[in-house]
Each structure stands twice: as C-alpha cells, then as structure tokens.
Design a binder for this molecule. Sequence first.
Ligand code: NZQ
Ligand code: ZN
Length: 385
Amino acid sequence: MNNFVFENTTKVYFGKGCVGEYLGCLLKNYGDTVMLAYGGGSIKRNGIYDEVNSILTAAGKTVVEFSGIMSNPTYAKVQEGARLARENHVDLILAVGGGSVSDCCKIVSAQAKLDKDIWELQTAKHIFPTEFIPLSTIVTVFGTGSEMNNGAVITHEEKKIKGALFGAQADFAFLDPMYSMSVPFPQVISGAFDTLSHAMETYFGKPEENNLSDDLGEAVMRSVIRNIRVLLTDHDNYDARSELAWASAMAENGILKIGKITDFQAHQMEHQLGAYTNCSHGAGLAVIHPPLYRHIYKDGVERFARFARNVWGIEPKKTAEETALAGVEALTGFICEIGLPTTFTELGIPADTDFRAIADSTNLTAGCCKKLTHEEIYEIFQECI
Ligand code: NZQ
Ligand code: ZN
C-alpha cells in the first residue's frame, strides 16, 4: 500500500426519513439565512421542496431561493449564485438535487467569498479556495457521489470546457433513497452506471499490485451490477435503491482511491463531449467505456483479466488476453442489457459533431495502463459513432 493521508469531513445521514429527522436540529448550528438551491423544478413536483421549506420555516430561517441549476451546470450559473449569496449574506447553502446542483453550490460557496474569478485562480494560477459559505447537500438522484467530496464539474460555455474545480466540501449530507423514487428510470440507470464508471476508473489506475482499495472496488462494482439488475425488473425496490445510493457515495468519497493514482480518462472524454453536446453524463460514459477499454486492454492484460474474473465471474480462458477481452465484452453486454446507449447516434449526438475539437481539448490522464494521445482519443470517438 502506498503512503496516504485520508480525511472525509462530510457527516452523512442515510435512509428513509433522514431529512425530517435531523435537518431541523442541524440548522441550529448555522446563521439565519439559508440559500435553498435546486434544479429545474423536480423537487416541487415530488414534494421534497415543500418538506424542506417547512423545516426551514419552522427553524425560523430566512430562505433565499437559487433555482434553475441546469444539468451540467454552467460557470455563468455559478456566478449568478455567488452574487445572490453575497448580496443576501447567506449563512448556509442547502443544495437539493443531484450532482449538478451539488457541484454548482460547491463553487458558489467558494466564489461568494472571493473577489477574484475562481476559474482563473484555479486553472491559470493553481490557487485553491480556503474560505467557504458552509454547505449541506440533500441528494435527490444518486450516481455522481458529489455529496462526499469537494470536486465540482462546471461547464465554461465561452471556453467550451467542462472541467473540474474545487470548492466546498459539504458539512453534512442527506441520502434518502426514497427521494430517488420519482427520478425517471433511465436517469436512475445512467446514475448507477456513473458509479460503476467511478469504480472502474479507480480500479484501472495505478498501482496494479495487490491492495485493499482494489478489493473494495471489486465489491462495489459487483454490488452496483447486482442491484441495477434487481431494479430492471423491480423499479421501486427500496433495498436495491439504497444499496446503489451508498455505492454512489462510496465510489467517490475517496475510500476506493486510497493509495492509488486514479485514471478517469473516460471521464475526461465524456466531460469534453458534454461541453460540446450537453449530453447526459452517465449515458455518455456508457458509450465511451467499451471502445476505450478495447483500445487499451492489451497494455494491461493482467488487470483486465482480473476484472473479468472477479467482477464478471468469467472463468479463465486459454490466455489472459482472451480473459481480459471477455471482461470488456461482458461490460459491453451489460450496457445493452440495462438499456443504456452504446453509440453516440443512440445518445442523440450527430455524426457531424466536431469530434476532432472535442478530442484535442480532452485532458490526457496518466493513471492507466496506456497513456493515450489526442489522435487515439479521436479514433475512439470515431468508434463511438
Ligand atoms: O433539475 P431537476 O428538475 O431537479 O431534474 C433533475 C435533472 O433533470 C432530475 N432529478 C433529480 N432528482 C430528481 C429528478 N427528477 C425527478 N425526481 C428526483 N428526485 O435528474 C436530472 C439529472 O440531474 P443531475 O443533477 O444533472 O444529474 P447527476 O446527479 O447525474 O449529475 C450530473 C453532473 O455531475 C457531474 C457530471 O459531470 C454532471 O455535470 N459529476 C460530478 C462529480 C463529482 N462532483 O464528484 C463526479 C461525476 O463523475 C460527474 O462528473
Ligand atoms: Zn462520473
């Protein structure tokens, strides 16, 4: 095991009814003004808005609403939220939604405390924020695991970059699997695939030797696969939804990454694809993973063969290379089985999209068995059409 330092400061409240049980009490630790941040309105239709609002009112809070946070949140939206938070002297930001609302609020929380432009500070000067408006998250759709880390993925529309920024880590997060019951089913599956992707991108990082993080990663992957399959025939199965909710946090709360250099090349590709097409994150990953892995597995045969055996239960074939490829094909079959797209065309991305520009602006990672070139990324994008 490599040396590491590990801390995760988010306190998690998990399970049916956790918001009603604990939020009111937690609010006592913060000032009077709470920013209630949410997306396009699903929380108004499913009752979560009313529930949270009544808890805030009962606690005597002044509520400042920050609504309309879009999927793949933009930098302009972050700036809007930061202005609102500053003008109203917000004491706590309550992010109610999925990864998009959570990510946007992490950066709002930091930008509101800064005079300078946080994008420029982080990307050009590598200066990271140290002061934040306290943040709390109520997760309403699971998959990104954003609730237990300080990373945010923000789309800078003018620069045509969907990139990572670092902001606030939530003080506390509520994960009530019941809140996900109103999520359209394809979105549930796409979120769960995002979790699987996070675990894979960590597992295929370095080092490849024996370590506990990889053993845990395999368990998370098997659990996600098993529970997605349960949901396919029983959409509202609480047990499976709750397992997927916790797997989502587990895959991105740092535990699987302990002692590892992660890869996240598929994510880098999907993020740039998102910057140009605004596609759904999990569905975009589903298209990219198999062609990417077909492209690299020969450089990491042992690891891919282990993935085949331990995650997909494949009996060893004549050669490790055959076993490795069988694992990639099992992943491909699973993506079809769970109804996610396998091509950009199915995802609704036209073939005349500027894949050259997307490939050239994709970050190259060094975490996996093969470091790709922009040309190879372009080839993989071509194979995705
Ligand atoms: O906006 P509303 O109306 O709320 O609708 C949302 C949205 O359309 C809907 N939804 C959420 N909860 C619902 C619901 N609909 C009905 N009932 C509910 N209970 O779901 C749609 C998708 O929401 P969104 O937050 O965009 O999805 P997701 O959680 O997948 O987040 C995607 C964003 O997270 C980033 C992605 O890149 C993308 O921008 N990621 C963040 C990560 C992180 N910070 O750790 C890691 C990930 O790899 C990912 O990159
Ligand atoms: Zn992801």
